[in-house]
Design a protein around this ligand. Structure first.
Ligand SMILES: Nc1ncnc2c1ncn2[C@@H]1O[C@H](COP(=O)(O)OP(=O)(O)OP(=O)(O)O)[C@@H](O)[C@H]1O
Ligand SMILES: [Mg+2]
Length: 424
């Protein structure tokens, strides 16, 4: 059911709209952009305004190029991009309400919030923008919204590298190179794609680096995301039990320290320089569940701080970004973030270091990937069936815990305890 709602929509973030109207009709997007800049207070300190330098069509939209005043704060505009986007969409906003969305509501303390989000924020057919800065401010205004789903296929892989596809933009695929950018924090409200992208990252790593990736999978949502990977030969640790997490993390820390000492004692600065191929990924789905265990958090912080040199990379996902679930020191050591829609600007600020995630449309997989710059992405989607197919050649039956030997944990399988499963 699509209901078109006319021009007057009260938007907190658009305090300037009233004066925008007062100032006359906003005949085209170039005018609107200039007025939004004035109303949002983004112009120069002495009132200098941005000036339209050029306007050109490209397939799918129009690009406006502006001269900007001295002292122009690009980062601020990037963080508040939604104000610009909302401003350009103020006259015609289409809201889509799909009754089946109500079935997705989870019965818990955030139930009413989830329902409110469905009714107030689902937007379609919005004009979307992209910002660029090269001395001039470039604003691309797209006529149509970005695709809501990108099916994953093997074309997304980059075999032999640690660079994993994290999202699609209109320009192409965005990748997170773990050997360059190391750890990653993932945040987002329930049901918007955290576990899905974690599963895709694990699958990609296994396919791209089958011999070198070592996985430590901590699934505190009952195992629903990672249980499919628990029998991979690459999986060194898997748990869904909060009470097991501390021991696993502490063992990882011991190994990490040893590796790092070996690397340094051999005269190298870090794992990359040492030429060692092995990389460890400590992947935690729902980190908030260990946030009040100070011993666990101490290890997490230590891996975030020192893991990079030893090739121990942390992927840390949470639905509840707060100063407790993502401690300051962990955050400082993990500049890369992927953030799906969040409840409010405070959560966005905590997870991303900027607002904006609260303004994302309610589309699973739509997120902001922030590294050096931040960009809106749609994460590629891989189905569980496809994952099973991809990882099947890497599944081994492991010895039960009581039989498990040091050799196995060291990765030296004797062959008597393990065999490859084949489909019949
Ligand atoms: N990139 C995507 N493209 C399309 N659909 C997606 C994408 N990511 C997730 N989804 C859909 O959203 C559903 C929920 O995603 P997911 O389980 O990853 O959410 P979550 O953030 O882990 O939620 P929770 O916090 O409750 O664990 C998936 O089952 C899938 O149907
Ligand atoms: Mg999940």
């Amino acid at each position: 059911m699509i209901i078109e709602i006319g021009s007057i929509i009260i938007m907190g973030s658009l305090a300037g709209y009233a004066s925008l109207k007062k100032g006359g009709t906003t005949s085209n997007d170039a005018d609107k952009i200039q007025k939004i800049f004035a109303n949002a207070g983004w112009n120069g300190k002495n009132g200098e305004t941005i000036r339209l330098h050029r306007k050109s069509n490209f397939s799918g939209g129009i690009e406006y190029v502006y001269q900007v005043p001295l002292g122009f704060d690009r980062k601020r505009i990037e963080a508040e991009q939604h104000i610009l986007e909302d401003g350009l969409n103020i006259r015609h906003r289409l809201f889509e309400f799909n009754p089946t969305d109500l079935f997705k509501v989870k019965i818990n303390s955030s139930m009413f919030k989830q329902i409110k989000m469905i009714f107030t924020k689902k937007k379609i057919d919005r004009k979307e923008i992209e910002l660029g800065f090269d001395g001039m401010l470039r604003i691309k205004v797209y006529k149509e919204s970005m695709k809501e789903q990108y099916e994953w296929d093997e074309g997304y892989l980059m075999n032999g590298t640690w660079s994993v596809s994290i999202g699609n933009t209109r320009q192409g695929v965005v990748r997170h190179d773990f050997d360059e950018h190391k750890h990653l924090i993932i945040a987002g409200a329930t049901g918007y794609g955290k576990s899905a992208i974690l599963k895709l990252i694990v699958t990609s790593l296994v396919l791209q680096q089958p011999e070198n990736v070592k996985l430590h999978l901590i699934d505190l949502k009952g195992g629903s995301a990672f249980q499919r990977f628990k029998d991979l030969k690459q999986t060194k640790n898997y748990t869904r039990e909060p009470k097991e997490v501390k021991e696993i993390l502490q063992n990882i820390q011991i190994e990490m320290n040893k590796t790092y000492t070996d690397i340094v004692d051999s005269g190298f600065e870090d794992i990359k320089e040492s030429g060692r191929k092995e990389r460890h990924f400590i992947i935690i789905d729902e980190a908030a569940d260990i946030a009040d265990d100070s011993e666990c958090m101490e290890v997490v912080t230590d891996i975030a701080r020192r893991g990079r040199g030893a090739g121990y990379y942390l992927i840390y996902a949470t639905q509840y970004p707060s100063s407790q679930s993502i401690p300051q020191q962990t955050k400082r050591n993990i500049p890369s973030r992927l953030c799906f829609v969040l409840d409010d600007a405070i959560a966005s600020n905590t997870a991303l270091g900027q607002t904006g995630a609260e303004e994302l449309p309610l589309i699973p997989g739509r997120g902001i990937y922030k590294n050096v710059k931040s960009q809106v992405v749609q994460t590629p989607y891989i189905s569980n069936r496809q994952i099973e197919k991809c990882i099947k050649p890497h599944v081994v039956i492991k010895p039960r815990k009581e039989e498990s030997s040091i050799e196995y944990r060291e990765g030296k399988k004797t062959g008597s305890n393990s065999f490859i499963l084949e489909e019949t």
